[in-house]
Design a protein around this ligand. Structure first.
Ligand code: GCU
Length: 515
């Protein structure tokens, strides 16, 4: 006879609950602890093309002006889609004639289109960031004593511990400032600018210890030291003039401190890597738990914007900073990042957009220099996945081209209005290549002017609309309005415009440089 084993009901209940609990818990565990997907940039690009149903993309042009497939630089072919989307017409066709309608309806529409189709969305619930001052140093910038704080912004990764994100920013402010100072946050390498060195006595101790260590390593050095008793292995760094800016002026950081400003170096790579292979890591990877992006997810430009915004959160807590007057700056890809930051994060009071080109201040619709096809090809990870559609030659939806993009950079610049917005370029002869399309940026700037005017800001003093206005000669600044334009006679840098930026911004924020 078979024995039937019966378990008491309570035991069954407990076992059942355990099994159910495990079933719920196990996949969640797998998701939070599985390592991030490791793709090459090409694999990630392909994955996004598959998600979008794209079979083939038009190739981007070459930046080498001598290559057979070089980018167009013939102005007569530059405007295949001559009409820009109008920042002052609502999606339903109604005209925007009041500031109220701009703020309530049109601005949100443009933000939404940019998020959905161009740069991607910042997720609603991004993790918390905790800033700590890793070290504070008393240094000199030029002849001005400063306080330099090295800051680490640790992103809460408890939802996905396999990825850790530690943002790096260095804040430098004049030590003798009488109150909080305006600060320019700049995208670039963070770190102490000129570390304070040991005193002569401390150097003696360092050297005595060094000699012992060196002699242990190589006992024959004892004789060398004996023969050169006055020589010391470690010496104070001799004073040296820094590398001057291209126009012969002191470096940007010196000019800022000298003008009574502070600056913060924010390292973009510390929040999101500048490559496609890194997109399953960094802040984007952390939020996606190591999985590849979906078409509307944010690209690197918005991740850098988010990081800068978290940097500003810290600055708002630092009593040495006038947080109402924090600007953002960057050149080239970081010029794009600076413009994106200013456009979307309205707490930034001013921007210096250096040589930003396509994906920045220049018109996406223009066919001159860098192309939309560059941004949908190798540079795709700066943008939302969805943006790749505009480079598609063969897809389930057919094909698309730059004329299909529902927004353009005249509207991106308009999102900065009425705040202080300085669009800066150099010249091709010195290395600010035609690739950047200076004319296309000027056209966008001119058109954005209408929004600055609508919002009551003093606009750019240039006659005409984007089809008729003439680009001003090199070195002729148009700096009387909240929207400013200046093409300097240097290369791929904004350094020769820094002194103009400071004069311009100081006037608007009523800041007086120390005497
Ligand atoms: C390339 C790229 C540009 C970018 C530049 C840079 O030229 O095409 O979009 O601005 O690199 O950042 O140096």
């Amino acid at each position: 006879m078979e024995r039937v084993v019966t378990l008491p009901f309570r035991t069954l209940l407990v076992a059942g609950c355990f099994a159910w609990g495990f079933a719920v818990w196990a996949p969640a565990m797998a998701q939070t602890s599985a390592p991030p997907v490791t793709f090459t940039s090409d694999q990630d690009h392909q994955n996004m093309m598959d998600q979008l149903g794209i079979k083939a993309l038009r190739p981007g042009p070459s930046g080498n002006e001598k290559a057979p497939n070089h980018a167009n630089n013939d102005e007569s072919l530059a405007n295949p889609y001559p009409n820009l989307p109008d920042p002052l017409t609502l999606n339903d066709g109604q005209k925007v004639t009041t500031a109220q309608v701009w703020w309530d309806k049109r601005r949100p529409e443009i933000v939404e289109m940019y998020s959905k189709y161009v740069y991607g969305r910042i997720p609603k619930d991004t993790p918390k960031v905790t800033w700590t001052v890793a070290a504070t140093d008393h240094e000199m910038i030029g002849f001005t004593p400063v306080i330099a704080k090295d800051l680490i912004g640790e992103v809460d990764n408890s939802a996905y511990p396999a990825i850790s994100v530690k943002m790096h920013m260095t804040l430098v402010t004049p030590a003798r400032a009488k109150g909080p100072v305006p600060v320019l946050m700049m995208f670039g390498r963070a770190g102490f600018p000129s570390p304070h060195e040991p005193s002569p006595d401390e150097f003696d101790r360092v050297n005595a210890a060094w000699k012992v260590v060196l002699e242990q390593q190589d006992p024959s050095l004892k004789e060398v030291f004996a023969q050169h008793p006055a020589w010391q292995p470690v010496k104070a760094t001799p004073f040296a003039f820094p590398q001057m800016n291209e126009d012969g002026d002191p470096p940007n950081t010196w000019q800022l401190i000298n003008a009574g400003w502070g600056y913060a170096m924010f390292d973009p790579a510390s929040v999101q890597a500048d490559d496609g292979a890194g997109i399953t890591r960094g802040i984007i990877g952390l939020v996606n738990k190591g999985q590849p992006r979906k078409p509307e997810d944010w690209g690197a430009l918005r991740a850098w914007q988010w990081g800068a915004g978290r940097g500003l959160d810290y600055l708002e807590t630092d009593p040495s900073v006038d947080a109402k007057h924090v600007g953002i700056e960057g050149v080239s890809r970081y010029g794009k990042a600076a413009l994106v930051t200013m456009a979307f994060d309205q707490r930034f009071a001013m921007v210096l957009v250096g040589s930003s080109g396509k994906g920045g201040a220049t018109l996406l619709r223009r066919n001159f220099g860098e192309a939309v096809e560059s941004l949908t090809g190798g540079e795709y990870y700066w943008m939302a996945g969805n943006f790749i559609k505009y480079g598609a030659s063969e897809a389930t939806f057919g094909s698309m081209n730059p004329g299909d993009i529902p927004v353009d950079s005249n509207e991106l610049i308009a999102l900065c209005a009425p705040r202080l917005t300085f669009i800066s370029y150099g010249i091709p002869e010195k290395g600010d290549a035609k690739w950047l399309d200076h004319e296309g940026s000027f056209m966008a700037t001119i058109d954005a002017n209408r929004v600055f005017t609508l919002l009551g800001a003093k606009a750019l003093d240039i006659q005409g609309d984007y089809k008729t206005a003439k680009m001003p000669p090199v070195n002729e600044g148009h700096l009387d309005g909240a929207l400013a334009w200046r093409q300097h006679d240097g290369g791929h840098t904004d350094a020769p415009n820094m002194k103009w930026f400071l004069l311009w911004a100081d006037k608007f924020i009523e800041h007086t440089p120390p005497q």
